[in-house]
Design a protein around this ligand. Sequence first.
Ligand code: COA
Length: 323
Amino acid sequence: MTRAVIRGTGHYLPERVVPNAEFEAKVETSDEWIRSRTGIEQRHFAAPGQTTSDLAIRAAQAALDDAGMTAAEIEAIIVATSTPDFTFPSVATMVQAGLGSTAGFAFDVQAVCAGFVFALAQANALIVSGQAARVLVIGAETFSRIMDWNDRTTCVLFGDGAGAVVLEAQPGAGTPADRGILAADLNSDGRHRELLYVDGGVSSTGTAGVLKMQGNAVFKHAVQKLAETAHRALDKAGLTPADVDWIVPHQANLRIITATADRMGVPMERVVVTVQTHGNTSAASIPLALSVGRQRGQIKAGDLVVTEAIGGGLAWGSVVLRW
Ligand code: COA
């Protein structure tokens, strides 16, 4: 059978680093509160005029370089984002042009913080069904553009950035020992829309809007649903948490990451954590963590990796893959 194997990773973070202390002057908060409640110490913010596609193109080029491929060899580009440059065209087509390619097709996926997991599952479907042999999957966000800077419960949490992976079709034996994506588990429940949303949009207000969140309620959903979806994906792959080398979770809050690992019975030494320096970069957080985890020497060939994420919708899911 055909497997979608990760051939390269890359990421890009905007130059401007914003430490927690910067928020103390704007809202009633403290570095101590942000660190102890979220684990976040700093985040990156895009420069004025720097857009989501700019970040995505930098991350994509880094992933192509890592894979030793050119953009012309890529047959599909999927960008997961909730903060596109424009209402349309898609960020993915802008990335295609930015990479100087006219090959294949490109489109965006919007599942908020779960976007990269959803995009990875779509890339896998394209590869396994034979529609594309090499797919570039990017998570890219500029959440700093949809913050309410007077709302201390949200503005301290998010950051900007992009991460990318290159997937390639390779033959597998159809066993859990194969390299590549082994299983995916995707879920959504639109009844929880009011827990996490942006209060503007094209066909409602005609504005971009700002992010609104009931953090405490989202926290409770996250802790329960993330462990459940990871267990289901592992089960579909014929594996158990004892087989896991690395959890690469969505980086929203260190307490959620720790609680999920705990529920899965996986020690924190086997979890890639970047939330301290990146904050919550929504759909970019997992590909950023995959790329940084590779650079740190944490993830190696043959390792079993579980990614899991939840976000607005609610939408949540997990992908199990062997590096
Ligand atoms: N600085 C200081 N105090 C703050 C604050 C800040 N930045 N943000 C909130 N507070 C206050 C609240 O106003 C509240 O005060 P009150 O008790 O006087 O009302 C108090 O801290 C506790 O708020 P609460 O929301 O219960 O805190 P929490 O422990 O749940 O932590 C979050 C808040 C947002 C960090 C946490 O709920 C969270 O991480 N939720 C999930 C967020 C998430 O992952 N979202 C994205 C999913 S993709």
